[in-house]
Ligand binder design. Structure first.
Ligand SMILES: Cc1ncc(COP(=O)(O)O)c(C=O)c1O
Length: 419
């Protein structure tokens, strides 16, 4: 019997942050400057980021989760509202709906990209409008009266943009808002349009990015809400700082009166200037970092594209991903071991991997609260079982890359059926 294990000659972590002296210097400058939290660096970062994604307003926050929460809040999503999204996402993507008492309606994903299946989205919006309760999550079918969706929450998985033209067309036709989960999607584009820019000005919308440690641009923890909707941006900004009518920096500096009013019970979601200073340096390096991830993708595609046991990621025509993830799939009909054993075999060869994602409807909370069964969302249920995310980050060396290529090829050929 073929053994899973191999002698480890080199180890490659799943992720490694690409930040160095320039980021350290920028953070140190803020620390020496006498004010560590939200002020001028955040404002600069917001302006630079908005310019980069071609948006009118940007609100820096301490996570993408916070940005998603406040985008939905600003759009008036509340108790009992139905928001159409997919189960192929991270915990954050749907938990923010639960914060607001909204109901996530999961539609399945397109097997080629893991992004929302727009035919299923169209059908769900239509059926909600017709009051068809069978489209609701099973646990809600007899509990709430069906009503038209309030919003669509598409997730650009791995940084491959969803079909935004189609999504916004549907949103406009049904009069619903769109909140894009672009945690993975900086910088990504559809044609010449960056993710974060407006697709259809008649639809109220916002796009939310993540600057978590493993992301394509990092501030350690951080996020950004961008939009062309001035009212939405203003509400999100206010709610990110306790719902106060003026921020602490302005009050301490003495440029504004010391008095403030609590206009709403807000949250503490602001980004620090230390993080923003790091973000500004990272933004300046974004093109170089993206080019390296694109190169890694090209090399992986070259190596694995011809191997029968493996299926390489699909990128739709006209789309430029951020190359945040390399979502390889194994073909169970061609490989004699399960995905989990494939992962173990790679680990024993020094290659750390991850899986994106365990679909939300398979987790105990969503099983219990929404009542979905695995078979209700068959594409997500089947596809995640064969997915393996390989290391891909700009700090990856050529030796790391060669090692991953050799290890994956070794496991795929050693455990190919018929070998
Ligand atoms: C798809 C998706 N959405 C949202 C988030 C939340 O991002 P953050 O950690 O910045 O809150 C993540 C984080 O990994 C994610 O993968």
């Amino acid at each position: 019997m073929t053994t899973l294990n191999a002698r480890v000659t080199h180890t490659v972590p799943f992720a490694r942050v690409d930040a160095g002296e320039a980021e350290a210097q920028a953070a140190a400058d803020v620390i020496r400057g006498g004010w560590l939290t939200t002020s001028s660096r955040c404002a600069e970062f917001e302006t630079a980021f908005a310019g980069r994604v071609d948006a009118e307003h940007a609100v820096a926050m301490n996570s993408c989760t916070a940005a998603l929460h406040l985008a939905l809040e600003a759009l008036g999503v509340g108790p009992g509202d139905v928001v159409v999204t997919t189960p192929y996402a991270f915990a954050a993507s749907a938990e923010v709906l639960r914060y607001l008492g909204a109901v996530p309606l999961f539609v399945d994903v397109d097997p080629s990209t893991f992004n929302i299946d727009c035919d299923l989205l169209a059908a769900a919006l239509e059926r909600l409008e017709q009051g068809d309760r069978r489209v609701l999550p099973p646990a809600y079918r007899n509990r709430v009266k069906p009503r038209p969706a309030k919003a669509i929450l598409p997730v650009h998985i791995g940084g491959v943009p969803c079909d935004l033209d189609r999504i916004y067309k549907l949103a406009a036709a049904h009069g619903v808002a769109v909140v894009e989960d672009a945690a993975h999607a900086f910088p990504a584009a559809l044609g010449a349009r960056p993710v974060g820019s407006t697709t259809d000005a008649s639809v109220r919308s916002a796009t939310c990015f993540s600057f978590y440690a493993t992301k394509t641009l990092t501030t350690g923890e951080g996020g950004m809400l961008v939009t062309d909707d001035a009212a939405l941006a203003a509400r999100a900004r206010q709610m990110s700082l306790h719902g106060l009518d003026r921020d602490a920096w302005a009050r301490h500096r003495g440029s504004e009166p010391w008095k403030y009013d609590i206009a709403a019970p807000g949250y503490k979601y602001n980004l620090t200037d230390i993080a923003a200073a790091i973000g500004l340096v990272q933004l300046g390096r974004a093109d170089t970092m993206t080019a390296r991830r694109a190169e890694i993708t090209r090399r992986y595609d070259e190596h694995f594209g011809a191997l029968e046991p493996l299926q390489i990621p699909h990128v739709p025509v006209g789309v430029t991903p951020s190359w945040h993830l390399y979502m390889l799939r194994i073909r169970p009909s061609e490989v004699s071991i399960h995905r989990d054993r494939f992962i173990e075999a790679l680990a024993s060869r020094g290659v750390a991997t991850s899986v994106h994602f365990i679909p939300l409807h398979l987790h105990s909370y969503y099983r219990q609260s929404l009542g979905y069964r695995p078979a209700d969302l068959p594409v997500a249920t089947d596809e995640w079982e064969r997915e393996i995310s390989l290391p891909i980050y700009s700090a990856m060396t050529d030796d790391d890359l060669a090692h991953v290529c050799a290890a994956v090829t070794d496991v795929a050929t050693r455990f190919a059926r018929g070998m």
